[in-house]
Design a protein around this ligand. Structure first.
Ligand code: SF4
Length: 303
């Protein structure tokens, strides 16, 4: 198994994709398939729209504030400054993503005000576990990617990357969800190992720490990967992609019910809940490289 570095970039401009690459995979879509193959199909092949939930919107907002907080001089990164950014950042997000406005479209201003207050509450959780005045992140919301097994592009956005003076890397991911943590912990660690694999393959350095910051609970979860583990993880990702390819060829994506069904937007089409999936889209066969040519799941949308 070989890997080629592609790039690490601080923008949403896709990197040039090597000619050998046949497909791309983000940690979110890979985790979808692991969680429930039918969910993967609905999102990645049928491309069914999903209305953003209030919880997802809050996550996007908090990520936006935490990204921009580090634009301020170190001494200015205070809880008050972060709180002051909540309203303007929400206005910006609604301008860029008008569908977010529909969350409070019925003129429910008390609900909108509570939404902004709850985002500010998550930021207080952030300040309870970190002092951003003592940090200078190397990268924020960075799009990183690498090619594994010569034909699979793996890519995703890292919330924050810290680089120590000795070159040690720390990958930081902000978690804003209110769902039971145990239901999401495995998915979150899968996502971080995915990023660790990309960084190892592009920079030749195994990140020293993968850090989950749970803002709601004001808790930190650190994990230290090693090269052997990442090598095994790489094999897992490639095997996962092979399984996705096989399921696509056979048009066979089965539901796998779990506690995560409570957060699924597609219950009405799921046989587990008495629904019927739409016909498999054979007319416009899914382009496995479409994700590689466009922006993958935007930052802040993963709980
Ligand atoms: S409702 Fe559950 S089983 Fe059905 S597609 Fe969604 S996650 Fe899968």
């Amino acid at each position: 198994m070989t890997a080629q570095p592609v790039t690490t970039q601080q923008s949403s401009t896709p990197a040039e994709v090597p000619a050998t690459v046949r497909a791309s995979l983000s940690p979110s879509r890979a985790a979808d398939f692991k969680t429930c193959p039918l969910l993967y199909r609905f999102r990645s092949i049928d491309r069914l729209p999903e209305r953003p939930s209030v919880e997802q919107a809050r996550g996007t907002l908090v990520h936006a504030v935490l990204e921009r907080l580090f634009d301020l001089p170190a001494t200015g990164r205070t809880p008050t400054a972060a709180g002051d950014m909540v309203g303007p950042q929400w206005d910006r997000l609604v301008t860029e993503q008008p569908e977010l406005a529909a969350l409070f479209a019925d003129g429910d201003s008390p609900a909108a005000a509570e939404f902004l207050r709850s985002a500010a509450g998550l930021l207080e959780g952030y300040f309870a576990v970190e002092d951003p005045r003592r940090l200078e992140p190397a990268e924020r919301e960075s799009l990183i990617s690498a090619v594994v097994d010569e034909e699979l592009l793996i890519r995703g956005y890292v919330d924050r990357l810290d680089v120590a003076p000795d070159g040690a890397l720390r990958v930081v991911d902000y978690k804003t969800g209110g769902a039971p943590r145990e239901a999401f912990e495995a998915r979150a660690l899968f996502q971080l190992k995915f990023y660790a694999l990309v960084l190892w393959r592009t920079r030749g350095v195994v990140p020293r720490v993968l850090r989950l910051l749970y803002l709601k609970d004001a808790e930190v979860c650190d994990y230290a990967p090693d090269a052997d583990e990442l090598l095994r993880f790489e094999r897992t990702v490639v095997a996962l992609w092979r399984a996705i390819e096989q399921a696509t060829a056979q048009q066979d994506f089965r539901p796998r019910p779990s506690r995560l069904c409570d957060w699924c937007s597609h219950q009405a089409l799921c046989p587990t809940f008495g629904g019927t999936p739409p016909p498999f889209p054979t007319q416009a066969a899914p382009d496995p490289l479409r994700d590689a040519r466009s922006r993958p799941t935007p930052p802040g949308t993963d709980e």
